[in-house]
Design a protein around this ligand. Structure first.
Ligand code: KIV
Length: 263
């Protein structure tokens, strides 16, 4: 997948879409060699790469820096970058400056959280020729309003609201919608009602695709591991073992050897 219309094609063909996050060139190079379909430069960079407790610390400058690094190394993969906290809530000119910073850094699409109150901004970005991915459910930039990282859409009223938001994002021209941390049945309902592909994270198996934070998938400790994460590698243990082997080799004068030394 290397173009925005591939999202619609995958849904039409009933093919699932796999997305992972990346924030730097070396990991983007590994993802680029894999079968994973697309890369999200998520504002989770603030937590995973910078040790912040939430995504609220991400800025346009930070996201542009991570996007540049990923885009340089992500040959052949579609790159989406997150518009960070409040960057699209200060009016259209400010939102377009943020979009411009991400696109000139190499993003082929932007993602933004929520819909209520910024419909005009979404329409303007789409109308400017920049593909927009929506994001509903547990939108982490609203963590303070939610009172924590909690499953959304559990009661009928909230579920109906999320269905309405998905339709609104589709009508505004979003090419895809991330649904985060909602009951699987609700995500399935939204997926069957909207024509654009839905990408789930903690939203069950019925969505048109899935997205995971790369470091969670690789088994690196990022502070907390939500229930929806599946670890495909024991990254923390493997890397710690490698460091300890190096440490032992240094201390027991087994590193460097003749082959790692100049004569
Ligand atoms: O910032 C992020 O990484 C995200 C997702 C995981 C959907 O928004």
């Amino acid at each position: 997948m290397n173009a925005v219309h591939d999202f619609a094609r995958f849904k039409a063909e009933g093919r699932k879409i796999s997305i992972v996050t990346a924030y730097d060139a070396w990991s983007a190079r590994i993802v680029a060699r894999s079968n994973v379909d697309a890369i999200l430069v998520g504002d989770s960079a603030a937590m995973v790469m910078h040790g912040q407790p939430t995504t609220l610390a991400a800025t346009v400058g930070l996201m542009a820096m991570h996007t540049r690094a990923v885009a340089r190394a992500a040959a052949g993969k579609f790159v989406i970058a997150d518009l960070p906290f409040l960057s699209f809530r200060k009016g259209i000119p400010a939102a377009m400056r943020a979009v411009g910073a991400l696109v000139t850094s190499g993003a082929e699409a932007v993602k933004l959280e929520g819909v209520d109150g910024h419909e005009d901004v979404i329409a303007h970005i789409v109308g400017s020729g920049v593909p927009v991915m929506g994001h509903i459910g547990l939108t982490p930039q609203s963590v303070n309003r939610f009172g924590g990282f909690r499953v959304q859409g559990r009661n009928e009223g909230d579920a109906a609201k999320l269905v309405g938001q998905a339709h609104a994002l589709q009508d505004l021209g979003c090419f895809s919608i991330v649904i985060e941390c909602v009951p699987a049945e609700l995500a399935a309902r939204i997926t069957s009602e909207v024509a654009v592909p839905t990408i789930g994270i903690g939203a069950g198996v019925a969505t048109d695709g899935q997205v995971l934070v790369l470091h969670d998938l690789w088994g690196f400790d990022t502070g907390t591991t939500p229930r929806f994460v599946r670890r495909y590698f024991d990254g923390d243990r493997v890397l710690t073992n490698a460091l300890n082997e190096y440490d032992t080799d240094v201390k027991e004068t087994r590193f460097p050897g003749p082959e790692e030394s100049y004569s």
